[in-house]
Design a protein around this ligand. Structure first.
Ligand code: OKP
Ligand code: ZN
Length: 346
């Protein structure tokens, strides 16, 4: 499958995240994408550098002040205190209910709270450059599909589906799947569907398209009562305004075995077929794998071929965008199994 990779992802390499207040090594690490690239090459899939500039499309899915913040973030962090080059920034204050989020403070770590949904999305020196190149790769895949290719894959990190209109979160900064979907709309697709199969609900993608009828968002994920992102992803979130009926959440309990997961995939595919979409974007998280260290579904490596086969049966031009998956050494096998399952059923 034609794959656009992110040649700049290594610049996003924060050292630690927090678990129960303690520093632990980042789960979302450069080796993840390296493993996927290695598996793609080993199995004969060509890798290409991004060939589109996503700046304009980013402006359609993210708020201008958030994009400006992210672009300047590392420089502002360095300017805050001497010695910050060797440290990781951490938000100081989050503007929760009753606090104002319309006024952007000057203090960088306060601003970081304004634009963060969690304490677990560390910034590094190369975060903006890496995230921007990933969005460029996602748009590149979408444009090839818009031009008639059956399918393309965007192999990138950091992931994107938790990043909302004006916030980062869950290791995500720019919403690559939203960029792909909006790019397809701009290129003439009247209706687009985004299917998110990552273990974690794609709250950012849902938020970006929640009041729109042109982009259907469907997601299969761990029940937010017990799983990240906790504050979105329930079944009663069906869309708002014009977008009412164009959001489908299929939360499943942690520990759900593969057969029930595939039944949910059938339900999501039925809804997507009903949307009469012109194109499909798949937020391809592989953390549904039984060996994932931070997730609790039970797909085996061989099951991922069936995921690709089922998606191919929708018969839609399809853009795959890499999201999560933290069993790094198996990530490449699992990702390429989906892509080859899709191509084999094509
Ligand atoms: C991103 B994606 C584990 C903390 C997990 C957030 C998980 C984000 C997942 N100790 N924190 O959807 O795969
Ligand atoms: Zn995930």
């Amino acid at each position: 499958m034609l794959t656009f990779h992110n040649p700049l992802h290594h610049g996003h390499a924060p050292v630690h995240e927090f678990f129960r207040g303690e520093r632990v090594p980042c789960f979302e690490k450069p080796a993840r994408a390296d493993y996927v690239e290695a598996a793609l090459k080993a199995r004969g899939h060509a890798l290409q550098a991004p060939e589109q500039n996503s700046s304009a499309v980013l402006g359609q899915v993210h708020a201008p002040r958030y994009l400006a913040f992210l672009r300047e973030a590392w420089a502002q962090w360095l300017a805050l205190d001497a010695g910050n080059a060797a440290c990781q920034p951490f938000p100081s204050v989050w503007p929760v209910r009753t606090l104002r989020s319309d006024v952007e403070p000057d203090n960088f770590v306060a601003k970081l709270g304004l634009y963060s949904m969690d304490n677990g999305s560390p910034l590094a020196e190369g975060t903006w450059v890496a995230a921007k190149a990933g969005a460029d790769a996602a748009l590149s895949a979408a444009m090839r599909v818009a031009q008639g290719l059956r399918a393309a894959f965007c192999c990138t990190r950091p992931p994107g589906h938790h990043a909302g209109p004006d916030f980062m979160g869950g290791y995500c900064f720019l919403n690559n799947a939203a960029v792909a979907a909006q790019g397809l709309r701009n290129a003439g697709a009247a209706r687009v569907a985004v299917l998110d199969v990552d273990y974690h609900h794609g709250n950012g993608t849902q938020a970006i398209f929640y009041d729109r009828a042109d982009v259907l968002f469907a997601s299969i994920h761990g029940d937010p009562r017990t799983e990240y992102p906790f504050y979105l992803g329930h079944a009663d979130e069906t869309g708002a305004g014009q977008g009412e009926g164009f959001n489908l959440n299929l939360p499943l309990p942690a520990g759900t075995p593969a057969p029930a997961w595939f039944a949910a995939l059938d339900s999501a595919c039925a809804r997507i077929a009903g949307h009469r979409a012109d194109a499909l974007v798949v937020s391809l998280g592989l953390d549904t794998f039984e060996g994932d260290p931070i997730s609790r579904f039970a797909l085996a490596s061989g099951d991922f071929f069936r995921v690709g086969e089922r998606l191919a049966r929708l018969g839609l031009p399809t853009v795959f965008v890499l999201e999560g998956g933290y069993a790094a050494a198996e990530l490449g096998t699992n990702a390429v199994n989906v892509l080859e399952g899709f191509e084999g059923a094509g």
